[in-house]
Ligand binder design. Sequence first.
Ligand SMILES: [Fe+2]
Length: 412
Amino acid sequence: MPIADVPGYHAVRDHTEALARPLSAEDQVVQSMPDCSPTKWHRGHTTWFFEEFVLDRWAPGYERFHPKYQFLFNSYYEAVGARQPRPRRGMITRPSIDDVAAYRSAVDAAMDSVLTQSRDPDLVALVELGLNHEQQHQELLLMDIKHLLSLNPLRPAYRESSGASGAATPKPAGFVAHGGGLVEIGHNGHGFGFDNEGPRHSVYLEPFALADRLVTSGEWLEFMQDGGYERTDLWLSDGWAHINAEGWNAPLYWEQVNGTWQVFTLNGLAPVDPAAPVVHVSYYEADAFARWSGARLPTEAEWEVTARPAEAGPTAPGLHPRALVQDVAEGETSQWFGEVWQWTSSPYTPYPGFRVAPGAVGEYNGKFMVDQQVLRGSAAITPAGHARTTYRNFFTTKSRWAYSGVRLARDV
Ligand SMILES: [Fe+2]
């Protein structure tokens, strides 16, 4: 059914009306983009990471490229000292893009020199962390570019491309059962993993079932037309207060154009594709949708023991999650990686036995283990090879500028 024909869509506030209303608290936050950083900041910061954590220690006599870059490009490392406030990163008109490229080249050359002289395991571990950190920022800078472009009334495309997939609406999701019991989750120490992924440990699970595919935008439209954003009974108290304060009535980047739901993507504005996975929903919305569906969100342990690791290998990153090309076969599962990060009901807390590493690098993950939820999988914009079944992404319950979506779970 064309989106314009979805009954009830008229009840949802039109985009032009939304533009005319006074700025909500969120609009004001969005306009100043406190969570987002310019691309050159991401490039400077990932470069600084090597200077700070590798060259300072492993390149005797290395002279910092610029005395102020530590202040400019330190993100959140208290042990390293003061820094440019995150909401003001967008005001850094200098150094220029060329200056940041020169910084990058100088650090690359110094790294080359260090790595030809030593392969000490401690050095290699830091370089590997720096490379994985950089991959995280490759995804983050696309999230930030998208957010910035979405605020431009011209809705410019990052890259031109056709919008909708044209794929058929998938059949209703099936649920694949797991008997529960004592299972093991977490990184086993072989190959790279962030510190927050371990130690591997036992978890007891009651029997459960997970959906064999992701929730689609078409299903989200059904939720909307059924008053999903207007029914108190579906929402957590904090979520209900938040969507009302912010006037949320659809996922982030959805807007009505001439009575049709459109979605802003890195390919520009396009009609909402009902077959594609829904993306850019907050934890509150994911939780309300699950309740409306008579289901719930999976725990991270349920997700990890069900996810198919074969799909965790290199993917071909795109700019938007893709619709399934064919329905999932009975008993099979799909879309674990390379489409959207999947909200779990698990709070982001340390695994049993987790210890923060000594020194500034210990601030990488451990200090964020409160007031956030874990997301699993990987997104369309996640760099190839960066996904793992044990990977723990995390965001606050209100966040939705990440590529966050939903996979449902049920008790058995
Ligand atoms: Fe960083």
